[in-house]
Write a protein that binds this ligand. Structure first.
Ligand code: SAM
Length: 257
């Protein structure tokens, strides 16, 4: 990649980061869903070690921390998100137990069998569901848990328009039984899976973006990259409203065998 291209790329990422920094969360989810997923996980003590991979600014991590004992490391690729994450932890007086680290989910900074729980909401797609489950397993203690939310098809067939959208965005999307089978093949006992209700997308994600989009477009008036990015977000929202019977996010919880 030429120097010019790499600086354009960096600029795009900075813009995307800035856009999402203004949101409470960077993907669909809700406090109710985080606590529901947590209800399937047993035996977390004060000494438990938990990692939240692709934590963003920590919307779900802080909920996790308020409902579990133990130490939580949030890990994200973007330093801006981790700065906000650590500020959020301090504001909630959780800084002794909750720490944000800059890093990548494909090179985890943990010891083998160090973790009791690996959490990841709407982020495992960055390395792929199967690869993430397989690679992360060695960091879990025997009997440790993984809990991830992931885009999934609800039906065996679907309209071409939404099929094409997802094949372009994330070809790893699959049906719920196929994802559960992948979890089992990766060496976990599939403990539970459940569909995130649509308020996770509408109230906790898309509605919060409406105001953020206005502020962002005003600040970057005339910037084609910023305008294109917002147009894309709006298109995704329209597609969700049109096709939400065919896809959504599903939480998958597994126990290392
Ligand atoms: N878990 C948060 C939530 O539900 O609000 C954020 C979800 S957001 C859709 C995906 C996150 O993954 C972003 O914060 C992004 O920076 C992070 N990410 C992308 N690639 C990553 C990588 N290789 N390692 C760690 N984090 C990554």
């Amino acid at each position: 990649m030429s120097k010019d291209n790499s600086s354009i790329h960096e600029f795009d990422l900075n813009l995307i980061c800035e856009y999402f920094s203004h949101l409470e969360r960077q993907g669909p989810g809700s406090p109710e869903v985080t606590t529901k997923a947590l209800s399937f996980i047993e035996d977390l003590s004060e000494n438990a070690k938990i990692a939240d991979l692709g934590c963003g600014t920590g919307g779900q991590t802080m909920i996790l921390a308020q409902h579990t004992p133990g130490q939580i490391s949030g890990l994200d690729l973007f330093p801006t998100f981790i700065d906000l994450f650590n500020k959020n932890a301090e504001e909630l007086n959780l800084q002794e137990r909750v720490k944000g680290l800059v890093g990548s989910m494909d090179q985890l900074p943990f010891q083998p069998e160090e973790l009791d729980l690996i959490w990841s909401e709407g982020a495992i797609y960055n390395i792929g569901f199967e690869r993430g489950l397989r690679e992360w397993k060695k960091f879990l203690k025997p009997g440790g848990y993984v809990a991830v939310s992931e885009a999934s098809w609800f039906t065996g067939e679907r309209p071409q328009e939404i099929h094409d959208f997802w094949m372009d965005a994330y070809p790893g999307i699959d049906t719920i039984p196929n994802k559960v089978a992948q979890m089992q093949q990766a060496g976990y006992l599939p403990v539970a899976s459940f569909i995130l209700p649509d308020n996770c997308w509408i109230e906790h994600f898309y509605m919060l973006q409406t105001k953020a989009q206005k502020v962002f477009l005003k600040k970057h008036a005339g910037n084609k990259t910023a305008e294109g990015f917002v147009a894309n977000q709006r298109r995704e929202k329209k597609l969700y409203n049109k096709y939400k019977d065919f896809y959504g996010y599903v939480f998958y919880i597994g126990k290392k065998i």
